[in-house]
Ligand binder design. Structure first.
Ligand code: BGC
Length: 776
């Protein structure tokens, strides 16, 4: 499909009106601020096809589950983030002719997502009755500085029209999700109040009883002077609206500013919601559009100053990476440990806005390098707070003694997924949560975290691995049977190399940290042992036995790791043998055919080689890459980025770049023909990783130093990225012939560039020639 959007370094620009592709643009132009977010639905009436989406982080509904064949152990519900009351409504009538963007005559349409300043703007002309033309310009943002606030500035300029404009400014709480399992509505009204310039609608969710207060306050100005208007009010169940009539002359301009505050019982007592919404609206109005906007932009400048990536010589890559960084920051700001990152963020309903392993495996590494350490810590605390529920989840499946199985999909710590091959078998997610603790500590140096929280989680997960493993008399080894690896195109397999590797790694890392704490903080350790009823001798001995005797499927002829037992018995064909009309296979082949084929949905063995690369030499990684990459169809958005990083790791920049391109503009160019459902937020972090860890070769070594080994794609003149490391912010710039590291902090940065150690003092630069040997 041809992309609608122009390339530009800081903006996404759509020119011309394309109502038939409105769903796609609604996803692309989504805005958010971590606290709430919304698709780019029109403010005005639009009778065309649209997916209405306005979401508040953490406000969800446990929809009754739908399943073909019930299995014991399945969860009762599927949590979904709710489409919340829509507050954007501004309907306009021109001399009594109500505009409908699907049918009215529209020209000069332009929509912009300004990523530098974080706003959505539309401008267009609209003509009714053949000769009454006005120009509309609307700018909308969700404040990054005061996250409960959303603001719309709506300007109408008359081109050749003299007469009356009627504005209906509304809040509509009668909303529903498209993906409800039984067509139900989830909101009830609590209260509504409205006068001529302000209104508040309070609604509550069924079952979860979240109360949400959505308030609006609006004012009109003409020639910079406030102007009154004759206003009628309409209020009915779950809906409030004020209709203001204003006269306009030829060439005149009327500015409407709609201030909105959204508060919920997640953050304050229900009985104060109305009171507080009123005072938030008063404050917002006092500050006014300009000041609120300045504060918002300041926050975005702060975000960009820590996370921007600059690419010279490839504007479409430049636009794409900023698009990804922008959406990641709109989705999660790390201020609230109860929140997390849904694979689609606030841009659609798919995946229910719930938490997947995507967070730990993809999003966390992005936030560790681009945000304050509290952001990564909150992502970890989210899981820590769910430990008890994970233990209960494991108990429900028959595990005991404090073994923890974190859910595959969750909102509040309880499992929501109900396909046995995933819910019960895709247990590698537990390993990603363990690995995240290691990743967080090596990036931040926050060693205290281990004793305070990390080790308790690791003990729960290690207990799970230890009980999930069986001893094979036949092999005289421990095996892990009946799993699904990251490659979901194979289920119920035995000894997935990746899963077995994670299990052994977790057990070793847990033991290592028990021994460290034993030495440095024995009191804390014994309190933890008491809390977890840890049987030191028995449990540590069993874990060591597992570590020493785990079975790993290996092919000694090809000298590669085997994805799982029996994989090599398949007919091994390259993905290039699949006719292009049959791709993606998940939309064209029966599930049965997919399961029997050798084709790999997403990085699996290579996901493991990415995480544990320091255990293997470059030759081993290369052999496995050369074997698995041709059979991988990359039908998960989380795949190509990992293969790209591994390709860079083995010095294959051409392949790394080719794979990078598959992820970089996934949504902007709608490769998978599904952007209408929402954006691939978590995979956006993977794209960023393909630049920083892939091309840049950045790692944090176990000795606590930053490692770099940069490569540069042939058609880029240069690229630069920013990174945090233990309180040091630095910039890495790579050109064809040199590498510049600028230390933007006042502390000394010690780094290892391709095997050689360097020091960069605070506020200083280090410039190195790129004619350096590969370290690997
Ligand atoms: C992938 C999973 C991923 C999920 C959500 C699936 O298609 O196979 O690995 O967690 O999407 O992004």
């Amino acid at each position: 499909m041809i992309s609608l959007y122009k390339t530009d370094d800081w903006n996404i620009v759509e020119e011309g009106f394309h109502p038939e592709r409105q769903r796609e643009s609604e996803s692309i132009f989504s805005i958010g601020n971590g606290y709430m977010g919304q698709r780019a639905n029109f403010e005005e009436h639009f009778s065309g096809d649209s997916l209405q989406g306005n979401y508040i982080a953490g406000v969800y509904y446990p929809d009754k589950t739908r399943v073909g064949w019930w299995k014991n152990g399945y969860p009762e519900y599927f949590a979904k983030v709710l489409n919340a009351p829509s507050w954007i409504g501004i309907d306009v009538s021109i001399d009594g002719n109500a505009i409908d963007l699907a049918t009215s005559k529209i020209s000069s349409f332009r929509r912009i997502l300004n990523m530098k300043e974080g706003y959505l703007e539309r401008s267009f002309r609209i003509t009714v009755s053949g000769n009454k033309t006005i120009e509309i310009n609307s700018r909308r943002f969700l404040s990054m500085a005061e996250p409960d606030l959303g603001i719309i500035r709506y300007i109408i300029k008359s081109v050749d029209f003299e007469g009356t404009l009627d504005y209906t400014v509304s809040i509509d709480g009668d909303v529903s999700n498209e993906d409800t399992n039984y067509g139900e509505k989830f909101w009830l009204e609590v209260s509504r109040e409205l006068n001529e310039s302000e209104g508040i609608l309070v609604t509550r969710t069924l079952k979860t009883d979240f109360h949400v207060s959505t308030g609006m306050s609006f004012e009109f100005t003409k020639d910079n002077r406030k102007t009154g208007a004759k206003t009628d009010i309409t209020a009915r169940e779950k809906y409030i609206a004020a209709t203001a009539s204003l006269g306009i002359g030829k060439g005149e301009e009327i500015v409407l500013v709609k201030y909105v505050s959204v508060l919920s019982s997640l953050n304050r007592p229900k009985e104060y919601l109305v009171r507080d919404t009123k005072s938030r609206l008063t404050d917002a109005r006092k500050k006014g559009f300009d000041n609120l906007y300045i504060e918002h932009v300041k926050e975005w400048s702060r975000i960009w100053a820590a996370s921007d990536v600059v690419i010279e010589g490839d504007i479409s890559a430049q636009q794409a990476i900023r698009f990804n960084i922008f959406h990641l920051n709109q989705t999660y700001t790390g201020k609230d440990e109860r929140l997390n990152i849904g694979p689609k963020g606030f841009t659609g309903e798919k995946y229910g806005g719930s938490t997947y392993w995507d967070t730990e495996a993809f999003a966390l590494p992005f936030f560790l390098k681009t945000a304050d350490r509290s952001v990564g810590r909150n992502l970890l605390l989210y899981r820590y707070k769910h430990l008890e529920k994970s233990i209960a989840n494991a108990e429900k499946l028959g595990f005991k003694n404090g073994a923890a199985l974190y859910p595959m999909v969750t909102m509040n710590g309880e499992e929501c997924h109900n396909e046995w091959e995933i819910t019960f078998e895709e247990i590698h997610r537990n390993g990603a949560i363990a690995f995240a603790i290691y990743n967080y500590i090596r990036h931040t140096g926050d060693d205290e975290y281990m004793g305070d929280y990390g080790l308790e989680v690791l003990i729960g997960i290690s207990r799970f691995w230890s009980q999930r493993t069986t001893y094979s008399e036949n092999l005289k080894k421990f095996v892990i049977l009946g799993v699904t690896g990251p490659n979901e195109y194979e289920n119920n397999i035995n000894n997935n190399w990746y899963t077995n590797s994670l299990a052994v790694w977790t057990l070793s890392y847990t033991l290592k940290n028990i021994h460290i704490l034993e030495k440095f903080n024995p009191d804390k350790l014994s309190a933890l042992f008491g809390k977890t009823k840890f049987n030191y001798d028995e449990e540590t001995a069993k874990w060591q036995e597992l570590i020493d005797n785990m079975h790993f499927p290996i092919d000694s002829t090809r000298n590669i790791f085997i994805q799982q037992d029996g994989y090599l018995d398949k007919e091994l064909l390259p993905a290039s043998s699949i006719p292009s009309a049959e791709r993606p296979i998940n939309q064209n082949w029966s599930w049965d055919r997919i399961l029997r084929s050798c084709f790999i949905k997403q990085a699996d063995v290579l996901q493991g080689l990415y995480l544990f690369e320091d255990q293997f030499d470059a030759e081993t990684i290369k052999r496995n890459f050369d074997f698995y990459e041709p059979m991988t169809v990359h039908e998960s958005s989380l795949s190509a980025c990992v293969h790209s990083i591994v390709a860079s790791r083995i010095g294959n920049i051409e392949k790394a770049y080719e794979l990078y391109l598959r992820t970089a503009r996934l949504d902007l160019d709608d490769y998978n023909n599904e952007v209408s459902e929402g954006l691939h937020i978590t995979s956006m972090a993977g794209t960023w990783l393909a630049i920083v860890e892939g091309f840049g070769g950045m790692r944090i070594l176990d000795d606590g130093k930053v490692f770099l080994n940069p490569l540069i794609p042939a058609n880029w003149q240069s690229y630069s990225f920013l990174s945090q490391f233990r309180g040091i912010l630095f910039e890495v710039k790579v050109t064809k012939d040199c590498l510049t590291i600028s230390n933007l902090s006042d502390k000394v940065l010690i780094l290892n560039v391709s095997g050689k150690e360097h020091q960069v003092k605070g506020s200083e630069k280090l410039i190195l020639s790129l004619k350096i040997d590969f370290f690997y």
